[in-house]
Design a protein around this ligand. Structure first.
Ligand code: TLP
Length: 345
C-alpha cells in the first residue's frame, strides 16, 4: 500500500530529478576536499545563508553538534530553550561528547526566548560558574508548533549576544520554511547569527544531509569536529547532488506545503474530537490534542489510521503532530480529513 505519511517531513523521498542528478554526480574524496559536487553545494549554501563557508554534514543533529562544539570548550555553557530540538532530541550530545553545559530557558509560545531571561542567565565571571559562551535559537521552532522567528527578533538576539561577547548558533533545520512563511530570504534570517545549520532532508526532499555555515575559521574547526564525530564522508557528491536540486528547486515551493497544512487544519477543525492548537499551522506542522471524550489511545489511533493507509505519529499523551511536505497532495489532505472523521467518531 502507498501510505500517506504525515509523521514528519523527514520521510520525504528524493524526487525523480534528484535521483537523476545523483546518478550523474561528479565525485571525489571529500575528506581531501576533492568532491566537486560537495564543494558546489557548500558554496551555494554559504551564499544563501550570507556566510563565508559551508560544511556538508550527514544530519541536522551532527550540524548542531559540530557547530556547538566549534564554538564552545568543555565546561562552557550554552543558553537554549527547554523545547529546543538540541536540548530535547539530540541525545544530549553537546554534554556527552562536548562537555558543554546547557542552561535551559522557557520558550515563549512562539518559540522565542525573552532577552530578559537570556540576560539573567548569563553567568558572572566567578570560579563557581561555567562560562557562558553561546545562545542557540531554532527557526522554525519545531516543538513550539513550527513557528517562525522574524529577522527583527534574530537580529535583536544577535546584537544582544555580540554586545556581551557571546556567539549565536541557529538550528535552522527548517529555515527555508520560515523564509517562505515570512516571505523573506534565508539570508535575512541567518545573516545576523554566527553559525547556522539547515537541513536538506526535510521539506526540501533530499535523502540525506544538512549544511553548517559560518565564517571560514569556524568552518575549519567544524571540519575537524565532523571528522572526529565520524562524519567525514568520501564520495558524498552523490548525496550533495540531491542537495543542490533541493536548494535550486525545492526551496521555492514550500508555501504549497504551508497552504496544504492550512487546508488540512481547516478540515480537521470540523472534527469535534480534535482540538487544534491556537494558531496552528504556522508553517507545515499541525498540532492538536484529542478531545476529552475520545476513548482510543494515541497508539490505537495510529494503528487504525495505518490500516486505512495513513501514517500519523503521536507527539505526546493525547497529542499529535501532522507534517505536510512534497509528497502530500490535495487528495491526501482530503483523505486524511475523511479518515480522521471515521476513526474518531
Ligand atoms: N526533527 C525530527 C525529529 O527528530 C523530531 C522531526 O521529525 O521533526 N533540528 C530540528 C528543529 C529538527 O526538527 C530536527 C529533526 C533536527 C534538528 C535533527 O535533524 P536530523 O534528523 O537530520 O538529525
Amino acid at each position: 500500500m502507498e501510505f500517506i505519511d504525515l509523521r514528519s517531513d523527514t520521510v520525504t523521498k528524493p524526487t525523480p530529478e534528484m535521483r537523476e542528478a545523483m546518478a550523474k554526480a561528479e565525485v571525489g574524496d571529500d575528506v581531501f576536499g576533492d568532491d566537486p559536487t560537495v564543494n558546489r553545494l557548500q558554496e551555494m549554501a554559504a551564499d544563501m545563508m550570507g556566510k563565508e563557508a559551508g560544511l556538508f554534514v550527514p544530519s541536522g543533529t551532527m550540524g548542531n553538534l559540530a557547530g556547538i562544539l566549534s564554538h564552545c570548550q568543555r565546561g562552557d555553557e550554552v543558553i537554549l530553550g527547554k523545547k529546543n530540538h538540541t536540548f530535547l532530541f539530540e541525545a544530549g550530545g553537546i554534554s556527552v561528547l562536548g562537555g558543554v553545559h546547557s542552561h535551559q530557558l522557557d520558550n515563549q509560545p512562539d518559540g522565542s526566548l525573552l532577552l530578559s531571561d537570556i540576560e539573567a542567565a548569563i553567568r558572572p565571571d566567578d570560579p563557581h560558574d561555567p562560562i557562558t559562551r553561546l545562545i542557540c535559537l531554532e527557526n522554525t521552532h519545531n516543538r513550539c508548533g513550527g513557528t517562525v522567528q522574524t529577522p527583527e527578533y534574530i537580529r535583536q538576539v544577535a546584537d544582544f549576544a555580540h554586545a556581551r561577547g557571546l556567539k549565536v548558533h541557529l538550528d535552522g533545520a527548517r529555515l527555508f520554511n520560515a523564509a517562505a512563511a515570512l516571505n523573506v530570504s534565508a539570508k535575512e534570517l541567518a545573516g545576523p547569527v554566527d553559525s547556522v545549520t539547515f537541513c536538506l532532508s526535510k521539506g526540501l526532499c533530499a535523502p540525506v544531509g544538512s549544511v553548517l555555515c559560518g565564517d571560514r575559521e569556524f568552518i575549519k574547526r567544524a571540519n575537524r569536529m565532523r571528522k572526529m564525530l565520524g562524519g567525514g564522508m568520501r564520495q558524498a557528491g552523490v548525496l550533495a547532488a540531491a542537495g543542490i536540486v533541493a536548494l535550486e528547486k525545492m526551496t521555492k515551493r514550500l508555501s504549497e506545503d504551508h497552504a496544504r497544512a492550512r487546508n488540512l487544519a481547516e478540515g480537521l477543525s470540523e472534527n469535534r474530537n480534535i482540538i487544534l492548537d491556537a494558531g496552528t499551522p504556522a508553517t507545515n506542522m499541525i498540532f492538536f490534542n484529542l478531545a476529552p471524550g475520545v476513548k482510543l489511545s494515541t497508539s490505537q489511533i495510529e494503528e487504525k489510521m495505518k490500516t486505512k493507509g495513513i501514517l500519523v505519529h503521536a507527539s505526546g499523551e493525547r497529542r499529535f503532530r501532522l507534517v505536510t511536505h512534497y509528497w502530500i497532495d490535495d487528495k491526501a489532505v482530503d483523505k486524511t480529513v475523511a479518515v480522521f472523521a471515521d476513526v474518531l467518531q
